[in-house]
Design a binder for this molecule. Structure first.
Ligand code: SAH
Length: 395
């Protein structure tokens, strides 16, 4: 068996079942494993710790498949994928949406493997050398576990470069799905672009938060910042908002959002192609105000090294949004930056309210939908955090 031997004392995080081996912890490699090969991880005294996938080009030199000695083969992927897919049936209301995350990487014991269902199509994303090595087996198991008519690959995430893997997209199994795909979520339909959509096509993690925003919208003048294909804006319209303005810098995203509004026979929002940082300043100068604002920006801090810059950006948009809210108005604000903790995000938003000169209270703490579970041994799986804040002085 090919082996990775750790430096003395470097087995602690593996003993706590954290599934990554960083390059700095490695003493030596035995047996000449190739990219993606299965290796045993052993402590400096030779104690067996895990079976893992080897990734010679990545800082994360190995990702754990299992904590006991076992073969990693097609049967392994069948078992894990079936378990993960079945768990979704109890985790989420499968009647409420036909789009869901089926496999969420490390949280499901499948490091670097993401799979999302969009109706009869499963979109798979591999971001690790180990996932890449088992592409065929994984896609076959996925089709078997779900009965999907197609399995499509969207392995074009930037993180693949860190593993030395080229981008790959296209059909893996079954028949090519008719584009665009159409999914439903809490009674609304959305088109999902398989080739061009962000992530695997849609932001599934916001499913339940969109419903919360729908419930806040009746009779309100609402603003959806970073609207992408209209996830929040359509829910504002569905919830009976008096008016909805929605901003994104991408003309393609806005065109998709407009088509999604048509698809649902909803009135159109005021779709605005603009930079949110500038648009909010323009609203401030025009004295245009709102009762409900959603801020769902892209990842400003993918890792902790970007935190300071990201904190300034979050502070900026939250401060401006607070200023644009009428008394009693509601700010629904998110960060999907893995590098910004929930605690830090709350501090940033508190600082923004203070500098905007508003009193605000948190009414809800928001997270990713439950089909994005967080394994307790892998806290890195938690990335999306949000707050619902109401402004206005007490009494
Ligand atoms: N709220 C959306 C997801 C938002 S994703 C949903 O529920 O589906 C982030 C979006 O921000 C992307 O569509 C991207 O085009 C847009 N974006 C990124 N930077 C921007 C900027 N500075 N101004 C406006 N939009 C921006």
């Amino acid at each position: 068996m090919k082996k990775l031997i750790l430096k003395p004392g470097r087995e602690k995080s593996l003993k706590r079942k954290h599934p990554w081996v960083f390059s700095g912890a490695v003493a030596r490699i035995e047996g000449d494993p190739q990219t993606g090969d299965t290796i045993e991880v052993r402590s400096a005294d030779g104690e067996f710790l895990a079976v893992a996938a080897y990734s010679p080009h990545s800082q994360i030199r190995a990702r754990v498949w299992d904590w006991k000695e076992r073969a990693i083969d097609h049967a392994f992927f069948n078992e894990r994928i079936k378990r993960s897919v079945e768990q979704r049936r109890t985790l989420i209301d499968v009647d409420a949406a036909d789009a869901a995350r089926l496999i969420y990487g490390e949280s499901d014991g499948l490091p670097g493997i993401i799979a999302d269902r969009y109706g009869d199509t499963v979109v798979m994303q591999l971001t690790s050398a180990g996932g890449e090595r088992w592409r065929d087996e994984i896609s076959e198991s996925l089709q078997q576990a779900t009965g999907a008519t197609s399995v499509w690959e969207r392995s074009d995430a930037e993180v693949r470069q860190l593993e030395g893997l080229p981008p790959r997209t296209g059909l893996l199994r079954g028949t090519a799905p008719a584009e665009p795909l159409r999914v439903s979520e809490h009674g609304l339909s959305f088109e999902v672009g398989l080739e061009s959509g962000h992530k695997t096509g849609f932001y599934l993690d916001q499913r339940d938060n969109r419903l919360k925003v729908r419930a806040l919208a009746a009779g309100r003048d609402a603003l959806d910042c970073f609207c992408y294909s209209g996830g929040f804006a359509l829910n504002m319209l569905k919830g009976g908002a008096k008016s909805v303005a929605a901003i994104d810098s991408s003309a393609d995203a806005l065109a998709q959002a407009q088509r999604n509004a048509e698809l649902n026979k909803l009135p159109q929002a005021e779709w605005m192609e603009a930079d949110v940082f500038q648009a909010l300043r323009r609203f401030r100068d025009q004295r245009r105000d709102f009762d409900l604002i959603v801020l769902d920006p892209p990842k400003f801090a993918p890792t902790v090294s970007y935190v300071e810059k990201a904190a300034r950006a979050y502070k900026d948009i939250n401060l401006l949004a607070f200023k644009l809210l009428r008394p009693g108005g509601v700010l629904v604000t998110f960060s999907c930056s893995g590098g910004v903790s929930a605690e830090l995000f709350q501090k940033i938003v508190a600082g923004a309210a203070l500098d905007a000169g508003v009193d605000a209270r948190i009414e809800h703490w928001l997270h990713a939908a439950p089909d994005h579970p967080v394994a307790l041994n892998f806290p890195e799986g938690e990335y999306l955090k949000g707050l619902i804040c109401r402004v206005g002085a007490l009494g």
